[in-house]
Design a protein around this ligand. Sequence first.
Ligand SMILES: Nc1ncnc2c1ncn2[C@@H]1O[C@H](COP(=O)(O)OP(=O)(O)OP(=O)(O)O)[C@@H](O)[C@H]1O
Ligand SMILES: [Mg+2]
Length: 349
Amino acid sequence: MTDALANSLSNRNPESSNSAGQYSGDDSNDNLVAEFAAVSAAMAEQLAGHERLIHRLLLAIITGGHVLVEGSPGLAKTRTVNCFAQMLNAKFTRVQATPDLLPADLTGTNVYQQHNGQFNFIEGPLFNNIVLMDEINRAPPKVQSALLEAMGEKQISAAGKTYALEDPFMVVATQNPIEHEGTYPLPEAQLDRFMFFVHVAMPGPELEHQILDIVLHENTLGGHAVADGPRLNNQHISAAKAAVAGVYISDAVKDFIVRLVTATRGHGTGGAEARAIEHAASPRGTIFLAQAAQARAWLDGRDHTVPDDVIALAPDILSGRIVLNYQAQARGISGREVIHRIMDNTAVL
Ligand SMILES: Nc1ncnc2c1ncn2[C@@H]1O[C@H](COP(=O)(O)OP(=O)(O)OP(=O)(O)O)[C@@H](O)[C@H]1O
Ligand SMILES: [Mg+2]
């Protein structure tokens, strides 16, 4: 691996571990990692301050995960997912959730064809590789449960039949934290389907300057955000998935993950924090944390996970899958803070 590439890999990921050993496998795997790094760097140029979101989207696509993005309007959520889909040459669609949305608006439905007198299934927006579901909490429960089946089983049921979805299939949903009126909060079962919960914050003055420069420059180019540049395709993603599954995860790292997740249920040294938790993390939390740690290691050019992978990812994976009790909510504590406290009290053995 060249120095330039090694630098771009560690610059790209804000929490990149210094102790990371370099991947020592064959060249083709190095090339594949380099192609992902190039795409990540190209995206970062278009999206000021969104390195974390870009990193989580990449981890999710190579582990089959889904991402929930929480943030105020206008923080380039749509821009990010749009750019990501273009870089992946993926079929992409955006759905704006509204209270009158029907499950068939997502899945598709049988439509009567006058010319042959038959009903044909017309595929809905879920038949894409990347589905951006904006303001998911505005969708009524029946729509949310249609999405739940698609996310969990990678298939949908419509008009009495089951249809397999394409691979890769990834849902990126957005939620606006300030608007709660007329929303249907996602039930725990729905939240549990997501791998990552990423919070997008308002930019400071420096980032605001960068945003302005990016957009003004783009306007001089006629408004094309993603010009020529590195691209990935489905083959890259399948190869990355296979490589990620082979990343070594030691018993010590597995044990650390298990102790973090079971602490949300009151076990072990971090378990005292569970007093604030009404609904603990399920085994999906454990599985997602392990898979995401493998993917982070792979993107960093390593063939093994380290505890740092878990430490970097646990807040974005576990915070959204615990529900705090009323006492904790009244004290203004967030799920993220509880996960940080659990991490502080859970040693890497
Ligand atoms: N960090 C950023 N980097 C680059 N452009 C940005 C950034 N933040 C905002 N913008 C610009 O702000 C505008 C709004 O972006 P976009 O529509 O993607 O936001 P959004 O988060 O999807 O908003 P909404 O919640 O209203 O759908 C775009 O012109 C985008 O280029
Ligand atoms: Mg948007």
